[in-house]
Write a protein that binds this ligand. Structure first.
Ligand code: SAM
Length: 274
């Protein structure tokens, strides 16, 4: 009998994946964690029944989350990743000549399970990477460190979830205060079709930055397939910071970077109303 997994946390929307088997299922202190082996997307990591990443399309998300931000800062040396326990975001950051990457994820179980079942996602042995198991809100509140780029790769801000405080105005102010002069913040937001109120809230919470832009990319397993990111810069314009990278990529190119900031009218209209 066929075995199906359905993601249905967005009202009136369902994503179905036929799976071969469940490789891991358990509960950490913070969330339900699951790894399944699917026919079309390979291994899939789920948290609280929501797809976080899949073997087949993770590069699309991680390359687009990281490279535009790392190219926007003129000399990114110190990077903070908020969440990112699957390792994909830090793997992409470590392809740049950075000096230090701090990954702060609240849940050690996500890190352990990702390392075990999705080892190709991370570059865990790179000496420049420091992994801290902590709530990023508390971490930043107590830290005096300054970063060039802060990447938010957290779970979605569901009302009951651990990620909710990461999307508050106070947290974004704290992020701003921990960024260097030309500092850059990048965060994934919602698909442009569903839950536009989240984009709105995010946009308004970032008004301390002189420059905030939305860009988009494709991630087939995220709801709607089109994904959006918000990038805030104290210095350079992210839309104009495209560049040929010195390492191979499978999604990012300077042309894709430029095109990602060209928003279709239905996205642009929403932003101009704000
Ligand atoms: N790209 C993914 C997505 O949006 O589908 C996110 C991947 S990553 C696995 C998300 C991580 O954020 C999880 O490992 C989770 O533990 C972490 N996280 C959630 N709330 C957090 C918090 N307050 N502080 C630090 N990490 C947090």
């Amino acid at each position: 009998m066929a075995l199906w997994y359905y993601e249905d946390y967005i009202p009136h929307y369902r994503l179905g994946l036929e799976i071969k088997e469940t490789l891991f299922l358990g509960n950490s202190l913070y969330q339900k964690i699951q790894v399944v082996d699917s026919y079309l997307y390979g291994k899939v990591l789920l948290l609280d029944d929501i797809v976080q990443t899949t073997e087949k399309d993770e590069f699309m998300y991680h390359e687009m989350l990281i490279h535009p931000a790392l190219l926007t800062h003129p000399q990114p040396k110190k990077i903070l990743i908020v969440g990112g326990g699957d390792g994909g975001a830090s793997r992409e950051v470590l392809k740049h000549p950075v000096k230090k990457v701090k990954l702060v994820d609240i849940d050690s179980a996500v890190i352990e399970i990702s390392r075990k079942f999705l080892p190709e996602l991370g570059n865990w042995n790179d000496q420049r990477l420091e992994v801290l198991v902590e709530d990023a809100v508390k971490y930043l509140a107590l830290s005096e460190e300054i970063f060039d780029v802060i990447v938010m790769d957290s779970t979605d801000p569901l009302p009951s979830g651990v990620a909710e405080p990461l999307f508050s105005k106070e947290f974004f102010q704290s992020v701003y205060d921990h960024l260097s002069e030309d500092g850059v913040l990048v965060s994934q937001i919602e698909p442009p079709f569903f839950q536009p109120e989240r984009e709105q809230r995010h946009w308004e919470s970032l008004n301390m930055f002189p420059l905030v832009k939305v860009y988009w990319g494709l991630v087939p397993t995220y709801p709607g397939g089109i994904w959006t990111y918000m990038i805030a810069s104290k210095g350079k314009d992210p839309a104009a910071s495209f560049k040929k990278l010195s390492f191979p990529t499978r999604y990012y190119t300077p042309e894709i970077h430029r095109a990602a900031f060209a928003l279709p009218p239905f996205m642009q209209e929403r932003l101009s109303k704000k």
